[in-house]
Design a protein around this ligand. Structure first.
Ligand SMILES: [Zn+2]
Length: 80
């Protein structure tokens, strides 16, 4: 099945092994997305455009749970 990478927009052949739909063409693009997304969320928080509660409400959502079960090198790395 073909899918479009959320990060670069390229079309790729998604795995057929089930689980949640594959959103990225590579692990590098998944990491790039999550690093950029977390930096963006941090900037929104720093500039008072969102509240910490707005972020926390997503921390235990169905979307976040599978990420926590992945190997450590695939997890979100927060900028220092
Ligand atoms: Zn990509």
């Amino acid at each position: 099945m073909l899918a479009r990478c959320t990060w670069c927009g390229c079309v790729f052949a998604a795995r057929q092994s089930g689980g949640s739909p594959q959103q990225f063409c590579s692990a590098a693009h998944r990491r790039a997305f999550w690093q950029a997304a977390s930096a963006y969320a941090a900037w929104l928080l720093r500039t008072n455009q969102i509240t910490i509660e707005a972020i926390k409400v997503h921390s235990s959502s169905a979307g976040a749970a599978p990420e926590a079960q992945k190997p450590i090198q695939d997890r979100l790395v927060l900028p220092q």
